[in-house]
Design a protein around this ligand. Structure first.
Ligand SMILES: NC(=O)c1ccc[n+]([C@@H]2O[C@H](COP(=O)([O-])OP(=O)(O)OC[C@H]3O[C@@H](n4cnc5c(N)ncnc54)[C@H](O)[C@@H]3O)[C@@H](O)[C@H]2O)c1
Length: 361
């Protein structure tokens, strides 16, 4: 692996992956291709933008002429494909964008990769890694065994269905054309740069500003949380040692009901406020600043349509075959993540007031 194309590298996980790869792979050149949708944020790459090994390209994965040029001009030998519409709620209110980006986009990218790499005559030396989700497997009951790579697909939201379709297209390219592909299906991520429409950053910022913490239904939906750096580490391992044609589940063996996750977040923030009086001066609307507790902001709201009850990943295959182990314990990872948001106020202010969309590459 010498020249890597990362699609969706200005989004949450993609940007974290860019940071990881630049620091762990000193010889690697990176091209980031990102359409800068509402979820793409050039501020996610600020600290690495001057790195001569990184090139940012503003563009759409559906633009085959652009992608072909990028692959050829940069002698791309590896693609890690993050670009997608990723928010379940948005897929319920507007599924078309998900079909376009996740299914048509993945299809176009696969077709260009195949055509350019076949022409180069060294198809077997290339790699297309597809980043997918555990949501393709559907919903587990409380006593069901966690998802394995052979769990039948049963997607329940338009988002999950579009990701499932993209997984099938990737698989078909391996079996039909011999394109060297790998796929990873990962559980819920948390960490720096996560767009504050997702549960943890949404609740954290609402605590700081004293706004309600909206919890769907009874909050008993279970998710398997993984720090984004552990996801990046898993993908890097698959690139280095994974076998073409294989899929690998990545998870944290870390199941939490949503309500308990939010209560843990509240407890962490309350402790930090009690330890550091400056925080109360900075965030006077936050409950602890007013003598209360963050948990008082929890507000149960009408459940999401078709809300899956439980996701849980069995990461046995990647553990056994590639030696994968997540490094972040959940509470510690969450404390570090809260610390990141507190230290990077300008990042989330720009997201909240929309000014991040005025940045130019
Ligand atoms: N967030 C999670 O917990 C999670 C878990 C498992 C898997 N995944 C998968 O990981 C990937 C990244 O997720 P994320 O949370 O970072 O998403 P995100 O929404 O934060 O970022 C997606 C990025 O893709 C870009 N993009 C969207 N459509 C594009 C297009 N047509 N062309 C080029 N760029 C485009 C956006 O501008 C954005 O930068 C997705 O494929 C998602 O399905 C996410």
């Amino acid at each position: 692996m010498n020249n890597l194309l990362i699609t969706g590298g200005a989004g949450f996980i993609g940007a974290n992956f860019v940071h990881t790869m630049l620091s762990t792979h000193q010889e690697l050149n990176l091209v980031v291709l990102d359409a800068l949708t509402y979820a793409g944020n050039l501020n996610n790459l600020t600290s690495v933008r001057e790195n001569p090994r990184l090139q940012f390209v503003h563009g759409d994965i559906c633009d085959q002429i652009l992608v072909e040029r990028l692959l050829e001009e940069n002698a791309i030998d590896t693609i890690v494909h993050f670009a997608a519409e990723s928010h379940v709620d948005r897929s319920i209110s507007g599924p078309d964008a998900f079909i376009q980006a996740n299914i048509v986009g993945t299809h176009r990218l696969l077709q260009v990769a195949r055509s350019v790499w076949e022409k180069s005559g060294k198809l077997e030396e290339k790699r297309f890694h597809h980043v997918s989700t555990d949501e393709v497997y559907g919903s587990l009951g409380p006593k069901d065994r966690p998802f394995t790579e052979t769990t039948p697909y049963a997607p329940n939201s338009p988002y999950a269905a579009s990701k499932a379709a993209s997984d099938h297209l990737v698989r078909a390219c391996f079996h039909t054309y011999g394109l060297p592909v790998t796929t990873s299906n990962c559980s819920n991520n948390y960490g720096p740069y996560q767009f504050p429409e997702k549960l943890l950053p949404l609740c954290l910022l609402n605590i700081l500003t004293g706004e309600p913490l909206p919890i769907y239904g009874d909050g008993q939906q279970i998710r398997d949380w993984l720090h984004v750096d552990d996801h990046s580490r898993g993908i890097a391992l698959i690139l280095d040692q994974g076998n073409p044609g294989e899929t690998y589940n990545i998870g944290g063996n870390n199941e939490w009901a949503n309500i308990d996750t939010v209560k843990l977040l509240c407890e962490i923030v309350d402790t930090l406020f009690k330890q550091d009086g400056v925080l109360s001066e900075k965030y006077p609307e936050s409950p602890v600043s007013k003598g209360g507790l963050s948990g008082n902001l929890i507000t149960f709201v009408t459940d999401r349509l078709g809300h899956d009850v439980r996701y849980a990943i069995n990461a046995g295959k990647i553990t056994r075959e590639l030696g994968y182990r997540p490094e972040h314990e959940f509470r510690d990872g969450l404390i570090k993540t809260v610390g990141w948001y507190l230290e990077n106020e300008s990042w989330w202010h720009a997201v909240r007031d929309g000014s991040y969309r005025n940045l130019t590459e």
